[in-house]
Structure formats: structure tokens, C-alpha cells
Design a protein around this ligand. Structure first.
Ligand code: FAD
Length: 317
């Protein structure tokens, strides 16, 4: 059992296995670990890391993280800020809420606009930080403002949508690389029909269940889809039939990996999913080294064949 250290209002645990906090079930221990449910606990966690002179890592749902086998030699702070409030069509959601719980709330209150997120795993904080998106939707499209906690000044900051600098799977919070912890987001929704909203969400859940290799631990798409602008001209015609708009014209990376003949490629206990080749799955007992080997192999083969440099969507810790 991990030992606990009481620091003001927050309990700091030691040597906590991070594999248990990652959807991948991969990763060594965190030197220190705490869960923070409000701003005060977040502040105390941050101060603890400062006093110990160790780095800080902010954890959401762990659905996008490849954690090193050696773990993290600092404080992992899990954001558990839970809040769901509605005022007319304006919804305020704590960063620790699972996206699925937020969607349930939209069904209950007949609020439309996030149906595309059906089946999107992880927390609202993680989704805002990476501007999560699917099926032509992105979380940024509904964000009015985001409140975050500045790790350096120890003060809360509120930004409007434009100041969050959202882009494809990016935001100012991603640029700040852990220096700001998202506390909550306010979203503007449309009034809708509860049944239609529930059906829209379920449709996306079903689509994902059918196409994603959910039978194995995974962290979603390993690489970003490729912006058509970055595809060498000689290939553009050949790709015409697979180009999709999400949210701008892209070539699906799954297609490139498949055409490079890498479906089912295995190293150790990790495998390029034959079902969806942009997923690298954990067959059971995979290590971060196994996954990193496959990431490097896929990048090399796709570059050799197409002259395209793939960029990771997942976060390495
Ligand atoms: C099966 C599957 C399907 C997926 N499909 C999609 C998809 O369609 N579209 C998509 O965009 N993503 C997808 N993902 C990836 C992932 O679900 C999203 O990126 C998700 O938004 C990550 O949220 P999280 O809470 O799990 O973040 P984590 O994995 O815990 O963290 C991701 C990053 O966000 C940071 N972070 C987390 N919380 C906070 C916070 N409160 N403040 C500041 N930084 C924070 C972390 O430090 C880390 O850098 C998928 C993943 C899986 C497993």
C-alpha cells in the first residue's frame, strides 16, 4: 500500500503505479501522487512539488498517455474538480468530469451541440487542453471560457474562447505544458430534443465500438491525421478517395499505415491494430519500450513510402 503524507488539505501518496491510471495499463510508478478536488487542493499539491523541487504532471483520465516504464520522478496531480451546472443554455463543467458524464447531463437538460463526442473517453480538462474532436466537431466550438490555475503565480485565470488559442488538437494550455491546470470550462449549448440528443450520442458510441479495437487497452489514435497541405504533390491524386474533412482536409493516418503494410505489426506485447491501424494496442503486459519501438517503425516506414512525417497525437510522459 502506498504511504500517505498529509499536506494541508491534500493527501500525497508515494510510489503509486501509474499503469493503474492509464487506459494503456502501461507505466512505472509516480514518486508522489495526489488527487485534487478543488483549487485549494491543487494549490497545496503544487506547493508540495515546489518544496520537494520535483516536476509536476497533471493527470486527467489517462486516455491519451504513454507513460514511461520508469514512471515519473515527480508529483502526479490528478484533477478531480467535479461540477456540472446549467443556466439556460450555458453549462459549466469541472475539469475532472468525464466527458461521458457531461454528455449524460446534456441529455437530461436537452442541450444539443456535443453529440459528436459520444464515446470520447477522458475528462473535460483533457479534452479542452487537446481541443479534442471527432466527426467534424471540436470542443472549442462550444467553449465560451476556461478557468485555469497558474502554477507559477498560484492564481486562477479566466480566458475567453479566442484567448485559449484553440487549433487542431491544441490550445494555449497545451503550449503552456503543465504550467496551467484547467479547473472548469463554460460551454454554450443549443436547446434541443432530449431523445434526438441521446440518439445522436449513441450513434457515435456505436460507430466507435464497431471500428475501434476496444478489446485491448489503448490510448486512441497514436498519430494525428495528416494535413493535406503537407502531403507531397505526387501523392495527392492517389489519396483523393480517402481524404476527409475533420475539421480541415486530411489524409487518415490509418490509411497510410495500412498501405505501408504495417497492420498487425507486433513488437513485444504491443501491436499495430489490424482493426484500426492508427491504434497501437497493448496485447497484455506491453511495455512503453514495445510501444515506442512500433511508433518509430511506423514513422520510418510511412516516411520511406510517402515522404510524410507523422506526428504523435498521444502524449509521452
Ligand atoms: C478509444 C479512444 C478513442 C479516442 N478518440 C479520440 C477522438 O476521437 N478525438 C480526440 O481528440 N481524442 C481521442 N482520444 C484521445 C483522448 O481520449 C483525448 O485526448 C482526451 O481528451 C484526453 O483526456 P484525458 O482526461 O484522458 O487526458 P490525459 O490522457 O489524462 O492527459 C492528456 C493531456 O492533457 C493534460 N491534462 C489533463 N487534464 C488536464 C487539466 N485539467 N489541466 C491541464 N492539463 C490537463 C495532461 O497533462 C496530458 O498532457 C481517444 C482515446 C481513446 C482511448
Amino acid at each position: 500500500m502506498p504511504k500517505g503524507i498529509e499536506v494541508a488539505t491534500v493527501k500525497i501518496l508515494e510510489e503509486v503505479p501509474l499503469a493503474e491510471h492509464s487506459n494503456y495499463r502501461i507505466g512505472g510508478p509516480a514518486r508522489y501522487f495526489c488527487e485534487a478536488t478543488n483549487e485549494e487542493e491543487i494549490r497545496n499539491g503544487v506547493l508540495f512539488a515546489r518544496e520537494q523541487r520535483v516536476p509536476l504532471f497533471v493527470l486527467g483520465g489517462g486516455t491519451n498517455l504513454l507513460i514511461d516504464d520508469s514512471g515519473f520522478k515527480g508529483l502526479v496531480l490528478k484533477v478531480n474538480v467535479m461540477q456540472l451546472a446549467v443556466d439556460g443554455q450555458t453549462m459549466t463543467v469541472g475539469a475532472g468530469m468525464m466527458v461521458s458524464d457531461m454528455l449524460k447531463f446534456t441529455m437530461e437538460h436537452a442541450l444539443s451541440g456535443l453529440e459528436w463526442a459520444g464515446g470520447l473517453p477522458g475528462t473535460v480538462g483533457g479534452a479542452v487542453r487537446g481541443n479534442a474532436g471527432a466527426f467534424k466537431g471540436e470542443i472549442k466550438d462550444r467553449i465560451v471560457s476556461v478557468e485555469s490555475f497558474d502554477v507559477e503565480t498560484l492564481a486562477a485565470v479566466t480566458r475567453g474562447n479566442a484567448a485559449c488559442k484553440f487549433g487542431y488538437r491544441s490550445s494555449i494550455f497545451k503550449e503552456k505544458n503543465g504550467r496551467e491546470i484547467i479547473l472548469r470550462a463554460t460551454l454554450n449549448m443549443d436547446k434541443g430534443d432530449a431523445k434526438m440528443i441521446a440518439a445522436g450520442i449513441q450513434e457515435k458510441i456505436d460507430y466507435r465500438l464497431e471500428r475501434h479495437p476496444m478489446e485491448y487497452p489503448n490510448i486512441g489514435s497514436t498519430f494525428k491525421n495528416v494535413d493535406l497541405e503537407l502531403v507531397p504533390k505526387i501523392w495527392r491524386n492517389a489519396f483523393a478517395k480517402v481524404i476527409k474533412v475533420d475539421p480541415f482536409p486530411v489524409v487518415p493516418t490509418a490509411y497510410l499505415i495500412s498501405e505501408a503494410g504495417l497492420r498487425g505489426m507486433q513488437h513485444g506485447n504491443a501491436m499495430v491494430s489490424p482493426k484500426h491501424p492508427n491504434f497501437i494496442v497493448n496485447l497484455g503486459g506491453a511495455t512503453a519500450v514495445d510501444v515506442k519501438f512500433l511508433i518509430a517503425a511506423v514513422k520510418e516506414k510511412v516516411f520511406e513510402k510517402y515522404g510524410i512525417r507523422l506526428e504523435e497525437e498521444i502524449q509521452l510522459v
